[in-house]
Design a protein around this ligand. Structure first.
Ligand SMILES: [Zn+2]
Length: 353
């Protein structure tokens, strides 16, 4: 047990959150309140509902069990006002954890079942962010996600929709980045090249969920074929020294999600988290929650768990340095460099552009 002072030091650290999903982070109270309001509660009590929304003891280590928790929130987040309200409450929780820069991410397509258009679902999130920004002194941006299992064509459509709300085109909060998430196996990153080209040329920055459920090759494709400047999870990079060196050399950030990685089985229980190896190699890292509700976590909790290996001062430095990799802050430089790299890689290997 660590002394209390270190825990309180953690809450004082100004934090940078670069990998947090809207769907998995809606506070339990908010989901329950909206379900009750609309008569959409499948169980009688909030306590019972919690079991469906938060990963339970004994459910760790299996990605499918983890993903199952995303099912019920979708009952209520098909409606504009509900989405905006949910997002505002997520930001409120982040602010309570002293998060000062927040990049939320969101898969618009799974919010269109009641008839909202893709663009309306994006604009609902932005509306929630704007409301929160009026209340809290925070920088907040949105990353749009395409789901890998829905295939490359849907990803292209999403990239275009994301551009329509790009921050670079508007004098207000907008979309800053593009991501693919979901089942890595069987849906290789190299097939999503055109979607990433659309996003890049539309002024979006690029991250990819990779190396969570697949080996290092998935991360190589993410950086060499798609030109991602950040990697979500990236756990399997520790199996490949050349990749670790490359990530360090090109300063490609890994968005580390400690609790989530053990829960999904990306890192086996009892094994050290790869963030330590990444730091050893000089790879930029950020400390992220992934899904605060599903993982029953928060920025304060994630940082407190890392106190086993890192001091509050070291954790604070990680957050300060992560700011430089925030998509909210970047200009055009890194994108064009990545594009050149990708063209070179695809020529060499004869893979899809
Ligand atoms: Zn994620």
């Amino acid at each position: 047990m660590k002394p209390r002072s270190e825990k309180s030091d953690i809450s004082l650290i100004e934090k940078v959150e670069l990998h947090q999903h809207v769907d998995g982070s809606i506070p339990l109270d908010v989901t329950w309140k909206l379900m009750k309001k609309h008569g959409l509660h499948p169980v009688k009590t909030k306590k019972e509902m919690e079991k469906h929304l938060v990963l339970q003891e004994g459910e760790e280590g299996a990605l499918l069990k983890y993903l199952d928790k995303f099912h019920y929130p979708l009952w209520i987040t098909q409606f504009y006002d509900n989405i905006a309200y949910a997002v505002e409450s997520i930001v409120t929780e982040a602010y309570k954890n002293n998060v000062r820069l927040l990049e939320l991410r969101y898969a618009p397509i799974i919010h269109t079942y009641s008839g909202l258009t893709l663009r309306q679902t994006i604009s609902a999130v932005l509306s929630g962010i704007n409301k929160a920004k009026n209340r809290f002194p925070m920088e907040i941006g949105l990353i749009v996600i395409a789901m890998r299992h829905q295939g490359p064509h849907i990803a292209k459509i999403l990239a275009r929709q994301a551009i329509s709300e790009a921050q670079s085109l508007h004098e207000r909060t907008g979309v800053i980045g593009f991501d693919i998430a979901g089942a890595e196996r069987g849906n290789p990153a190299r097939l999503f090249g055109q979607a990433y080209d659309i996003a890049r040329t539309g002024g979006l920055y690029l991250t990819i969920h990779a190396g969570e459920d697949e080996g290092p090759q998935s991360i190589w494709e993410a950086i060499d074929v798609l030109g991602a400047s950040r990697i979500g999870h990236g756990c399997s990079a520790i199996e490949d020294k050349a990749l670790l060196k490359r990530l360090a050399k090109d300063k490609i950030m890994i968005e580390c999600c400690y609790t989530s990685n053990y829960q999904t089985g990306a890192v086996k229980l009892g094994e050290p988290h790869p963030i330590l190896k990444f730091l050893e190699y000089g790879i930029p890292v950020s400390i992220c929650t992934d899904n605060t509700t599903v993982s029953n976590t928060s920025q304060n909790k994630e940082n407190a768990k890392l106190l086993q290996w890192l001091t509050p001062a070291e954790l604070s430095t990680i957050h300060k340095e992560a700011e430089a990799y925030a998509f909210i802050h970047q200009n055009g430089g890194p994108r064009s460099a990545q594009l050149v790299e990708r063209k070179r890689a695809s020529k060499k290997e004869g893979i899809e552009k």
